[in-house]
Design a protein around this ligand. Structure first.
Ligand code: GLC
Length: 442
């Protein structure tokens, strides 16, 4: 049903299910993309996140340097071991494309400070170019994305554990400002030297491991930083984790997605593995295919994008089981692409663990996770259903009066996600939400 909601209604609805990071970022008129400019990103729906760096050599998670209190000089010796035998960005991109993904986001530089490109702005020339590999990973990666027709995303961590000023920004302000300069210089390198960058994905603008990203904004000056990004490409989609509010909201982690349609642009980012680490973890478990499909359905039917993370091993290869899962996911997404890519959530609110809807033009797709529970539900879909079929195999009949439909499922081919396509007489109208802003609770 098309329904107008009040801000309060939306606020209480959101409390229950999605955990957005970095709310209350700085605002700057005109810096945010318009709904229209953001549409291509929203249509992409599915992306591959890649965490790769010196921490992959240790295989104990991308926080190893900090968690294990490894001194910066000690940790930096890993650079001399960075020489991946099997790094092949084209293979990464192929894997993502086969999975049906439309974009990738690579950790150009994580919190440990090691830059995966030839970076003149890097403090102490701490780069993959200045390693035995003599490799500009970002260069190879950005080319491979474009060749495979994928949008190019780069992750960048403003904070860098090598700087004492990170831990005591006010006391060691000069050092903290050196880190800030590195951040502005390096982001400029990334958005100016590698062609068009479609997505800039910040992470770690909080300070001394306290507070939130917006709390660190006094140091980073994220407005100047992101105005610079826009100068090189006015359409770059920017996440909310620089201290500026960004173009979309971020829900990070493996927790399930439930509740109603989220009335703001958002992305769920999570690991395809156990979620213990984003970087390579030997022997990590991998989500099952039904788990991945269920997550994708839950995100899609609440109007989000899904960014699934893989941590390549020290030699540059994706763990084999993850590749297998991504290929299986690809069989699903390619076969049912019309019910995934380019859709928007609605016109019905989802029912947790039972079903949700997305639409495109005059088609509505019901993604049904529990056909038995679905059988008892009467739907109120605005408009007249001209035809119905089950994309995943099986039969369906529709009984309808002017404003009420009963969708009767016949014999179905067993599926994690039973997809029913409804052809409507007219184009489906989007749900209407109030103009709505999210805030941290005080
Ligand atoms: C966190 C972690 C980090 C990981 C990221 C992914 O903020 O600091 O290790 O890269 O989330 O969203």
């Amino acid at each position: 049903m098309v329904k107008e909601m009040t801000g309060d209604e939306l606020k209480s609805m959101l409390k229950s299910n999605i955990h957005f990071k970095s709310l209350d970022g700085l605002k700057e008129p005109g810096l945010k993309l318009t709904d229209g400019q953001l549409e291509p990103w929203r249509a992409m729906k599915l992306g591959l996140f890649i965490h790769w760096g010196l921490y992959s050599i240790l295989g104990r998670g991308e926080w190893a340097m900090h968690n294990e209190k490894i001194p910066a000089e000690e940790y930096a010796k890993l650079k001399e071991q960075f020489n991946p035998k099997y790094f092949d960005a084209q293979e990464w991109a192929e894997t993502a494309r086969n999975a049906g993904m439309k974009y990738m986001v690579l950790t150009a530089r994580h919190h440990d400070g090691f830059a995966l490109w030839d970076s003149p702005g890097s403090y102490k020339n701490y780069t993959s170019m200045n390693s035995p590999a003599k490799l500009d990973v970002v260069d190879a990666y950005t080319r491979a994305c474009r060749e495979a027709g994928l949008a190019v995303g780069l992750y960048y961590s403003p904070m860098d554990w090598r700087f004492p000023g990170y831990f005591q920004p006010r006391e060691l302000l000069d050092n903290a400002l050196l880190m800030k300069k590195q951040c502005h210089d390096q982001v400029e390198e990334l958005v100016s030297k590698y062609g068009r960058i479609d997505i800039v994905w910040y992470d770690g603008s909080w300070l001394a491991h306290k507070g939130t990203d917006p709390d660190g904004a006094w140091l980073w000056d994220p407005i100047t930083l992101n105005k610079m990004v826009r100068k090189y490409n006015p359409q770059t989609v920017i996440n909310p984790r620089s201290g500026w509010e960004g173009d979309f909201f971020c829900d990070e982690g493996s927790h399930p997605v439930h509740g109603q349609i989220v009335p703001v642009p958002w992305e769920k980012n999570m690991c395809l593995g156990s979620g213990v680490s984003w970087g390579y973890l030997p022997g990590d478990t991998v989500m099952t295919l039904p788990e991945v499909i269920t997550m994708l359905v839950n995100v899609l039917t609440r109007d989000g994008n899904l960014l699934l993370n893989v941590g390549p091993d020290p030699e540059g290869r994706f763990p084999q089981e993850m590749v297998t899962r991504l290929n299986e996911l690809g069989e699903f997404t390619n076969k049912y692409a019309e019910s995934i890519f380019g859709t928007r959530a609605g016109p019905l609110q989802p029912v947790d663990d039972v079903f949700g809807t997305v639409y495109q033009d005059n088609k509505i797709y019901l993604h049904i996770l529990d056909p038995q529970a679905f059988a008892g539900i009467d739907l109120e879909i605005p408009g007249y259903i001209e035809a119905a079929d089950v994309l995943t195999g099986g039969s369906v009949t529709v009984e309808q009066t002017e404003d009420r439909q009963t969708i009767k499922l016949g014999k179905l081919k067993p599926a994690v996600d039973t997809i029913v396509r409804l052809e409507m007489r007219e184009a489906v109208k989007p749900l209407v939400f109030d103009k709505y802003e999210l805030h941290r609770s005080k």
